[in-house]
Design a protein around this ligand. Structure first.
Ligand code: C2E
Ligand code: CA
Ligand code: CA
Ligand code: CA
Length: 278
């Protein structure tokens, strides 16, 4: 038995080793990818009850020279661990400002959202970086939404709130991403100066079949209304889900595969009315 245990430990350390190796490879390659312009900004539209596209969320992809288009799930966690999420996030912010400056986007009046990682947000320069990105591009800051998660609250809360207040004063909007999946109390979350809630896809997934999900969604919508927050539903994959959500809250925006998968930003620009119209 002792011997077996030893083998097991050995096996575990081999697995650990492989995981470490994989992470280190990703880390090295991602560093190069950022320098050499292998990252791509994709956009996924957000659609109102009339089927109009009001804007979208920017999502990063990695155009890997051998592996092809790599999803963020494969490299964002590594980027967060090794700090590369900061230059990656800066690059995405820059791209979104460029996109907002595109005459077609300006003419359509789109708003665009970009994900901000906790590490990026905690960076001492974050407010300055956003400010200078806005000034350099000359965009209307009200068209820019920064998506943050409640993990922001894990560090110095008052400091985080102060940073958000400074950015909101510039006109920038904040969305609380993955709402309803974390562990923070509502009272705590509601201290954040946000303008938007993003209803996580777990609530949408079984909305039709699970009465509990529906009750939760209704409660969240009531809370949002009381707080004057706009709501974006994530992961809308079926027309029935969109219809249910819109019956509960006509002002809700929907984002999901039913309307469109995320598409390369340039493609979206060329054909902005991409979303599924019923
Ligand atoms: P997220 O911010 O919650 O983004 C929504 C995710 O749901 C995206 O996955 C999107 O493609 C996917 N999705 C959209 N519609 C549907 C649907 O109808 N059904 C299902 N099942 N999924 C749908 P993606 O693009 O793979 O991104 C995964 C996560 O990676 C994001 O989750 C976000 O946390 C992170 N991420 C992506 N881009 C960035 C970035 O530029 N910066 C940072 N810090 N994180 C990013
Ligand atoms: Ca997001
Ligand atoms: Ca989300
Ligand atoms: Ca998520």
């Amino acid at each position: 038995a002792r011997h077996q245990g030893g083998d097991q430990v050995h096996a575990y350390s081999e697995i650990l080793d492989e995981t470490m190796q994989r992470r280190m490879t990703i880390e090295k390659e991602l560093f190069v990818a950022i320098q050499e312009g292998q990252l791509r900004a994709f956009l996924q539209p957000q659609v109102d009850m009339y089927g109009r596209v009001l804007g979208g969320e920017a999502l990063v992809r990695w155009q890997h020279p051998e592996k092809g288009m790599v999803s963020p799930g494969e490299f964002i966690p590594v980027a967060e661990d090794c700090g590369l999420i900061v230059p990656l996030g800066d690059w995405m912010l820059e791209q979104v400002c460029l996109l907002l400056n595109d005459p077609r986007v300006r003419a359509a009046g789109y708003s665009l959202s970009v994900n901000v990682s906790p590490l990026q947000f905690q960076h001492a320069d974050f407010v300055e970086k956003v400010k200078s990105a806005i000034q350099r591009s000359g965009i209307d800051p009200r068209k820019l939404t920064l998506e943050v998660t409640e993990s922001l609250l894990l560090s110095d809360v008052d400091h985080a709130i102060q940073k958000m207040v400074n950015l909101v004063a510039l006109g920038v909007q904040f969305a609380l991403d993955d709402f309803g999946t974390g562990y923070s109390s509502l009272a705590y979350l509601m201290r954040l100066p946000i303008q938007e809630l993003k209803l996580d896809q777990v609530f949408i997934r079984d909305l039709r079949v699970n009465a509990e999900s529906r009750v939760l969604v209704e409660a969240i919508l009531m809370l949002a209304k009381a707080k004057g927050l706009r709501v974006v539903a994530e992961g809308v994959e079926e027309l029935e889900q969109a219809e249910l959500l819109r019956a509960l809250e006509p002002s809700i925006l929907c984002q999901g595969y039913w309307f469109s998968r995320p598409v390369l930003a340039e493609e979206w620009m060329a054909n902005p009315a991409l979303a599924h119209t019923e």
